[in-house]
Design a protein around this ligand. Structure first.
Ligand SMILES: *Cc1c(COP(=O)(O)O)cnc(C)c1O
Length: 446
């Protein structure tokens, strides 16, 4: 077996982006793969370590996206690699509901102890964020014997049929893919930057709107669950105003509704807490995790109060691959990395550098309407200067400029005008500052 040495953590361009080999390979991509797949950064990757991607032309690119918030512990993190190699040699699959293994049990023990709440918790593992959200809804409906699910404007929960229905944005996620699942109710989200009401009373006003809609249009006693991202990801890193999540959680408890936190994007140290709800000491009844959980292998979890998880009949939950042993080994390596490298503190440190730097750019460039987010999950919303009118052209120009200089940034937002930053939490200060200097140039070039 050959062992690869880790890539140096520095940006290095040896060709234009994309280079000739990538261009050729991308031609094959378009011949072989569905045109329905997007492409954010047009190079083909050969290797990656921590926050650096090496493409097949030899360019080293700074990764500020982590494969959409997945490789928080770094790409091919050592503890993940070691455990995966051991596991893949031991056995690759049995199906946990056929013949169980320790990795699945250990990941669930970790989820039960790391998620907020001192009550007894239990978990299941599945393959993707969307599948975890689907299972959360199944369990909540089964437990409450109610059907209605409340979700929020700007929310994103996945691309399967049920999760498309839960997701707010039509294009590109839902267009032409209906009919969608019934009994899903979407309520207003206090998106402060675009809130037309009084900023001073936004939390109270939004809670009043949401609970009024639930009480009058659905009936609280018909609601199985309220599902919310503690910071909305695809919607554009929308941070609910202080007090909103606690009030929603209390309303849920008062009405026998399961409060589900979708921490697929925010979880596992990303926002400077292990889970984003901890920022306001919110304790969800149920928490959905994926992305950052396993350092790049496909894994997701649903964790809830034991009585909720145990209410389901035997064999009501499961799936062929859910909690695959290799993915579980990766998760144990990733969680160990988060704990031993203290990545919660690291995410706060990154948040300081990122936030200070983005706010300094906002002061210089009026195209930045707002800087928001927490920890290693922050974004800029781009506007026509002096207004709140979305500026998609600026978003595209910035991402293209960064791309040409070897910096990968992702976009987001209901109005397609947000550039978001989700660097690996292990990114070095130097690399992050280098990437931010490229962003500054990109803004200056507009
Ligand atoms: C990505 C995401 C999902 C869906 O996860 P997949 O693994 O892509 O199915 C669900 N919820 C949130 C908040 C996400 O960011």
């Amino acid at each position: 077996m050959t062992t690869l040495t880790a890539l140096t953590q520095e940006r290095r361009l040896v060709t234009a982006i994309p280079g000739p080999k990538s261009l050729e390979a991308l031609q094959r991509r378009s011949e072989a793969t569905s045109g329905g797949l997007g492409l954010a950064f047009p190079v083909v990757v050969e290797r990656a370590s921590d926050a650096i991607l090496l493409d097949i032309d030899g360019n080293q690119i700074i990764d500020l996206g982590s494969g959409i918030g997945v490789t928080g512990v770094g790409n091919s993190a050592q503890r993940v690699v070691d455990r995966v190699i051991d596991q893949v040699q031991a056995f690759t699959h049995t199906c946990f509901t056929v013949a169980p293994y320790m990795g699945y049990i250990e990941v669930c023990e970790k989820l039960n102890s790391l998620t907020p709440g001192t009550f007894k918790k239990k978990s299941i593992l599945v393959n993707s964020g969307a599948e975890a959200v689907e299972n959360a809804i199944k369990i909540a409906r089964n437990y409450t014997k109610r059907q209605a699910i409340v979700v929020f404007e700007h929310g994103y929960h996945g691309r399967t049929n049920l999760t498309m229905a839960l997701t707010a944005k039509n294009m590109p996620y839902k267009e032409g893919f209906g009919p969608f699942a019934p009994e899903i109710y979407r309520v207003p989200m206090p998106y402060s930057f675009h809130w037309v009401g009084d900023q001073a009373t936004i939390t109270e006003d939004a809670i009043e709107m949401v609970t009024h809609k639930i009480d009058k249009e659905i009936g609280a006693h018909n609601v199985a669950a309220i599902l919310i991202e503690p910071i909305q990801g695809e919607g554009g890193f929308i941070v609910p105003p202080k007090g909103f999540l606690p009030a929603l959680s209390k309303y849920s408890t008062d009405n026998g509704i399961i409060f589900i936190a979708d921490e697929v994007q925010t979880g596992f140290a990303r926002t400077g807490n292990m889970f984003a709800v901890e920022n306001e000491n919110v304790v969800p009844d149920m928490i959905v995790t994926a992305k950052g959980i396993a350092g790049g292998l496909p894994l997701a979890g649903v964790t809830a109060r034991a009585e909720i998880m145990d209410s389901v009949h035997v064999s009501g939950l499961g799936g062929t691959y859910g909690g695959n042993p290799i993915a579980c080994a990766a998760a144990l390596g990733a969680i160990e990395t988060i704990q031993e490298e203290n990545l919660v503190a690291r995410a706060n440190h990154i948040g300081q550098i990122l936030g200070d730097s983005l706010r300094a750019m906002q002061a210089k460039y009026p195209v930045i309407g707002e800087v928001r987010g927490r920890g290693a999950m922050q974004a800029i919303e781009l506007v026509e200067p002096g207004t709140k009118t979305p500026n998609t052209a600026a978003m595209n120009a910035i991402t293209k400029y960064c791309q040409s200089k070897g910096v990968l940034v992702l976009t987001a937002g209901t109005y397609s005008n947000v550039v978001r930053f989700l660097p690996p939490i292990v990114i070095t200060d130097e690399l992050l500052k280098d990437a931010l200097s490229v962003l500054d140039e990109a803004l200056a070039s507009l």
